[in-house]
Write a protein that binds this ligand. Sequence first.
Ligand SMILES: CC(C)N1CCN(Cc2ccc(Cn3ccc4ccc(-c5n[nH]c(N)c5C#N)cc43)cc2)CC1
Length: 243
Amino acid sequence: MRIDVITIFPGYLAPLREALLGRAISAGLVDLAVHDLRTWTRDVHQAVDDAPYGGGPGMVMRPQVWGEALDAVLALDERPARIVVPTPAGRPFTQATAQAWSGDERLLFTCGRYEGIDQRVVDDARRRDLTVDEVSIGDYVLVGGEVAVLVMVEAVVRLLPGVLGNPASAEQDSFSDGLLEGPAFTRPEVWRGLAVPDVLRSGNHAKIARWRRDRALERTAERRPDLLAALPEDALDDADRAF
Ligand SMILES: CC(C)N1CCN(Cc2ccc(Cn3ccc4ccc(-c5n[nH]c(N)c5C#N)cc43)cc2)CC1
């Protein structure tokens, strides 16, 4: 997978070259290129923003600079790219989104700042039959798109074959079966007077699986009843319903 990121703060994306993601890049599983939007400015001040039409607070990012940047970065590789525009007004970015995007050959992330990017940049890309997804990582307000890109790139890249040491952990992700995962424990058996639940040391795999499922159902009901309500009819078996 090729990943391009366009931003006025390239340094914000440095964490993508650390740890797991850095190893995925070194292993050739991901090609990452971060581009400074100001490369495509033409004025001495390298202006990327201007006052909003219709008035209102803040500034809006200018379409000319973004249009030229997108054209140039898209032309760097012939593979089709999904253009991703983080925005507070976007569709929710979920695990299902990450799963879907993990099959893409190329992702191109645009990091807005100020009050966002002139809408015509997205409109122009769509009318050229480019795939453009305007997405939000959550119901809170950030200052720009860079942090959202860090979140989305990590969520997607960890799903690529060969990235996670233990692929099973991606399969048993929270949300992968529609439930939150339950509590996890490791050594020591007792820590500050708190013991690991006996069932987890029983060696009885059927009992352990049932216990883990019950804890997941309990935690989901308590913290995310919306996820429980959204489960398909056949997602819960009789033992689940008895819980
Ligand atoms: C009309 C007028 C009164 N409104 C006033 C409040 N404005 C909302 C507003 C507020 C801040 C920003 C800053 N910003 C710039 C680019 C950018 C990309 C992503 C995000 C972002 N925030 N939260 C998320 N989950 C995001 C994602 N993904 C935020 C971004 C952008 C937009 C909208 C306009």
